[in-house]
Design a protein around this ligand. Structure first.
Ligand code: SF4
Ligand code: SF4
Length: 140
């Protein structure tokens, strides 16, 4: 089973197209919408795809054919370990529990793979230890 998190940017005319349901049906993928924003300039979706490598590749080809901008979420958050005070603010604010407090060491641990790039922790960190880093890599 393979998994990929993508940021899809749509033009205004594409916003109402049933793109994610088609990807699920035609390429036999589980498609989770992690975040969605729509405004007059178009739409942005952060989605997680899971299924076969081949299914994910074919889904990306399908999106490319629709002229949707595709970026892959790789490393949205960079933590500066020298600045971090292990205050746990990020633990309580992250909606997907990407941070956890190790109660043996009282250090805050971070699991990048869980991150859905919402940005809440970066804005909330009182020590300025978090930044938007190597946020995206263009898929094509
Ligand atoms: S909010 Fe910032 S300082 Fe506090 S534990 Fe998280 S990264 Fe460290
Ligand atoms: S950007 Fe959002 S999802 Fe990612 S670690 Fe920070 S709070 Fe969690």
């Amino acid at each position: 089973m393979a998994e990929k998190k993508l940021i899809l940017t749509f033009a205004p005319g594409q916003v109402n197209s049933p793109i994610t349901s088609r990807m699920a049906r035609d390429f036999d993928l589980d498609v989770s919408i992690l975040r969605a924003e729509v405004n007059e300039r178009g739409g942005k979706l952060i989605i997680s795809l899971s299924g076969t490598e081949d299914g994910i590749c074919r889904a990306i080809e399908y999106l490319e054919g629709l002229d949707v901008q595709i970026d892959e979420v790789t490393k949205f958050v960079v933590r500066d370990g020298h600045r971090c005070t292990d205050c746990s603010m990020c633990v309580s604010i992250c909606p997907v529990l990407a941070y956890r407090l190790d109660r043996r060491t009282w250090r805050v641990m971070f699991e990048q793979d869980l991150c859905i790039a919402c940005g809440l922790c970066v804005d909330a960190c009182p020590a300025g230890a978090l930044s938007r880093g190597l946020m995206l890599t263009q898929t094509v």
